[in-house]
Structure formats: C-alpha cells, structure tokens
Write a protein that binds this ligand. Structure first.
Ligand code: ACO
Length: 481
C-alpha cells in the first residue's frame, strides 16, 4: 500500500483525473505525514483551520491498495483520518481497519478540556497553562474551569464553593458499607466500591441527559470524594470516622477528616494546605489517559457518572498509572541508600524492572507537573523536615538522566516521581497516594464525562479485534478428550 498526502481533490469537478499519484510520486507508507509538507499544522485544538493556507481545499491522504491497484482519497481533519473511512479499502470483502493496542496513535474523541504538547512539555486546562493555575488558582476554582470552560467570577465561585461544601456528607449507610471492609483493605478498593455504591443512593443519576441532574451528581461526587477517601484512611487505622466540617475549606476539611483526634477544630498549617491544593490542581485532568479513557468508555454505555468514575478509579489504581507514586516510594525504600543506585539502574537496564515514576506516553522531554511538584517539595519540607528518601530520589534522577538507556528512550521523571515524597511528608501512607490522585482527578473525569454525553459524534465504545483463535470446531464429548 502506498500513501500520498496533499490537498483534497474535489471529486465532483475532477472526475477521471482523481488519481493524484499521476502528478506526484506516491510516498512510502513509512513516511511521517507531518514531514511531507503536504499537511498544515492542524491549528489550535478545536480549530476548524485544517487546510493549507491558500489551497482553497481540504487536506487528504491518497492511498493506493497494492493488492487491487485501487486508489482511495481519505479526508484529513485536525491531523487525523477517520478510521471508518478505511473500511472502503477492501481486497477480500473485509474492510481495512487499524490495529492500535494501547491507543498509541488513535484519537477517540474531540475534546476542549485539556491541551497537552508532550514534546514542548505544555499542559493547559481550558487554555490556561498549568503553571499559572498552580501559582494563582485553587483546586475548586480549577474544577469549575474544567467543568464550565471558563474561570468563575466572584459570585460564581462563591456559589460553587457553597454547593460543594453542602454536599460533603455521606449517607450513613455508605459509612456502614465502608465499615464492612476488612481492617487491611486497600483504600483504593474501598474508594472504588463506595463511589460505585453512590449510584444506588442516587438512582436518579441515570438521567444523564438532564443538565441540572448532571450538575447535581457532579457536585455531589466532587464534594464526597474527600469524605470517602478520609473514611477509607481512618478505617485502615481503626480510628473513628470524622464527619465533614463545613466551616473549613475543601482541603482543610479533608485534612481534618484524616487527622483530627479530640481537638475541637483541626488546624492545618496553611503552607501544607496550599501544597496539597496545588497537588490536586496538578492532577485535575490529563486528557485521554488510561483512567479518563475508562470513564469515557464505560460512560459511553450511558450509565450513571458514579459507575463511570468507579471504572476510572479502577484504572487509576494500576501501578502503571496512578499507582506509580505508591510504587516509587516502595522502590526508593527498597534501594535504601545512594550506594545501591548503580546496581538498581543496571537491573532496570537489564529489563528486570522499571524505574517507577519515569517515562510517559505523551511527555518525551519533561513533565511540567514534575517541575511544579519539585518546587512544592521544597515548600512542604520547609514545614515537615526533609524526607530522607529525597536524597535517593535526586541521585536516582541525576544518574538516570545522564544514562544512555533513559536518554535514548526519552524517559524523564513524571508527576509521580516526587509526589509520593510530599505525600509521605504530609503523613500519608503509600496506600493513600493514589486516593489523593483520584480526588484530584475527579473534576477532570467528570468534565470529560459531561463532554462525552453531550457529544453527538460519540457512540458506545466497542473496539474491533483481530481474531487469532480456532474457527468452527466440533464439540468433543468429555469421554473423548
Ligand atoms: N523504566 C525503564 N524503562 C522504561 C520505563 C521505565 N519507567 N518506561 C518505559 N521504559 C522503556 C520500555 O521498556 C521501552 O523500552 P524498549 O523500547 O527497549 O522496549 C521504552 O522505554 C518505551 O516504553 P513503553 O512502555 O513503550 O512506553 P509507554 O508509552 O507504553 O509507557 C509508561 C508509558 C506506562 C508511563 C511507562 O513509561 C512506565 O511504565 N513508566 C513507569 C510507571 C509510571 O511511572 N507510571 C506513571 C505514568 S504518569 C501517570 O499515569 C500519572
């Protein structure tokens, strides 16, 4: 098969002259479309500016099927072709499909929520750079931005904060459900189950096309996530659950539910409150990552948002995703001392294990969140004292960044490399790290879910497969096997 990329020919006017391979040599299929000069930059995300300046036409990809000699012209929109357009390419009655395990080069949706340029290390929520939001905003303000597309004015923010604050309590039966877990239950398992259980407490949440109903469930879930997370934490410690204190801010209230004992009001250090708020902002969304894809995929069946977000929590739990920060801490502890780093790195390079907290599907130069977190580390350690594992982490980073193995594969510290150190300094056990991630990610999941349910182009997620098994065998009775 060969490809040609150029302006889309108007079929209605060119008739038989359609085959552009007659005018231009066909490009080998290994050619990167972005380097051919035939495709313009697709422009800002969501822009309609997809054609080359002055061409007056749309971009297209011309494909010649060497099996049949047929040529096809596929429209290029926003730097993508539609996989469904490949179906018409057929030598055997089976339309051509794409094979893309892990979705490494497949866009599953159009989204206006979060923009990432992995090569340039850019992350923007609704167009606002993450650095500015981390510096000047608050988590609830960012949540509003993600969900509504614009920063709130003063009245809108006050009303949003009020709504969240008044939905922090859980039904007592949710508390009892959580109390039913084993004493050593992982808090992510508890969180996933209890979020899923919320769908039974709010059965009206299945009215997903009702905008007010959606807003109510979104408010409920963002409000209740810290309460669920804190209850899961207290459960593991055998301590009584602490009810929300609605006089406190979102983060202060969370810290109080986690750590309050007999004091009438829990007073958190404002520097730690700010650091945790920043961490939640950094985790608030990250476009089509594994857990967001899970939320969207499950949400595409039109199930309620609690069930969809519970699926996202399950995806986040995995060590290659949100569970990485827990693994980083365990890894640093296992390395134990700076002297053991070279031996550990040799093991990674020999493929025995991964350097957790390194590497990213999208960021190939640096993860902007890791840069902000490193600064937050300093702020937190100024209050709590330096985490002794920091020295190992810094030396590990230094050695890895100078090592050919990591340079060649463009492996850099990701958001999880340092976040665990801060969380530990804040007195969280490693099992809680991913819970903190989930609380931060909830507005992003819900913004993406709300976008999904309003997107007329979306269908129930249902990938194809390449079947590799047996065909049509005759059942063998037990006696003959
Ligand atoms: N340590 C050592 N080698 C690595 C690492 C790592 N952390 N990450 C990737 N590699 C290697 C792979 O073995 C592969 O090498 P090869 O070409 O010789 O086979 C190459 O780098 C490319 O890696 P892939 O696995 O193909 O990259 P992918 O984009 O699929 O995976 C991922 C990205 C899952 C994040 C991966 O880098 C990883 O497992 N990192 C460690 C876990 C981690 O920190 N996850 C958190 C990600 S951030 C987040 O979810 C919030």
């Amino acid at each position: 098969m060969s490809f040609y990329i150029g302006p889309m020919t108007d079929v209605s006017t060119t008739g038989a002259d359609l085959d552009p391979t007659a005018q231009q040599p066909a490009l080998d299929e290994s050619v990167d479309p972005t380097t051919t000069g035939g495709v313009d930059d697709p422009g800002p995300a969501g822009s309609d500016d997809t054609g080359p300046a002055g061409s007056g036409g749309r971009d297209s990809l011309t494909v010649t099927d060497n099996r049949t000699g047929e040529t096809y012209e596929l429209e290029i929109t926003d730097g993508t072709i539609r996989a469904a357009d490949l179906k018409q390419i057929s030598a055997d009655g089976q339309g051509l499909a794409t094979y893309d395990p892990g979705f490494v080069n497949t866009a599953s949706c159009r989204s206006a929520v979060t923009y990432i340029d992995g090569d340039a290390g850019i992350l923007e929520y609704r167009g606002y750079p993450i650095e500015q939001l981390a510096e000047s905003s608050t988590f609830l303000e960012v949540a509003y931005l993600l969900l509504n597309g614009e920063l709130p004015n003063e009245t809108e923010l006050a009303s949003w904060v009020h709504d969240i604050t008044t939905h922090t309590f859980l039904h007592e039966n949710v508390k009892q459900l959580m109390q039913g877990f084993r004493y050593d239950a992982h808090p992510m398992g508890m969180l996933m189950s209890s979020v899923s259980a919320l769908s039974t407490f709010y059965p009206d949440a299945n009215q997903i096309s009702d905008v007010d109903n959606r807003q109510l469930q979104i408010t409920r879930l963002i409000a209740k996530m810290p309460t669920l997370g804190a209850f899961a934490f207290r459960h593991a410690q055998g301590k009584p659950y602490v009810y929300p204190d609605n006089r406190l801010s979102y983060v202060e209230n969370f810290l109080a539910m986690l750590f309050k004992m007999s004091e009438p009001t829990y007073g958190a250090d404002p520097r730690l409150v700010k650091a945790l708020d920043v961490l939640l902002i950094l985790h608030a969304d990250h476009e089509q990552n594994c857990s967001t894809n899970a939320v969207r995929s499950v949400g595409s069946s039109q199930v309620d948002p609690y069930s969809a977000v519970a699926a996202g929590i399950g995806a986040l739990y995995g060590p290659l995703h949100g569970g990485a920060n827990e693994s980083v801490l365990k890894m640093l502890r296992r390395i134990g001392s700076v002297d053991n780093i070279p031996g550990f790195i040799d093991g990674v390079k020999a493929g025995k294990e991964k350097l957790m907290g390194f590497g990213h599907r999208v960021y190939k130069n640096f993860d902007p969140r890791a840069t902000i977190i490193k600064k937050a580390c300093d702020d937190v350690f100024a209050v709590t004292g330096v985490n002794p594992l920091l020295k190992i982490a810094q030396e590990l980073e230094r050695i890895a960044l100078e090592d050919e193995y990591f340079i060649k594969r463009k492996l850099y510290p990701n958001v999880d490399f340092y976040s665990g150190l801060i969380y530990e300094a804040l007195q969280f056990p490693p099992e809680m790290f991913t819970v903190l991630f989930a609380i931060g990610r909830t507005p992003g999941w819900l913004a993406q879910w709300a976008e999904l349910v309003q997107d007329k182009e979306q269908k129930i997620a249902r990938p194809k497969q390449i079947y590799t098994g047996h065909r049509t065998r005759t059942f063998v009775p037990m006696a003959d096997r």
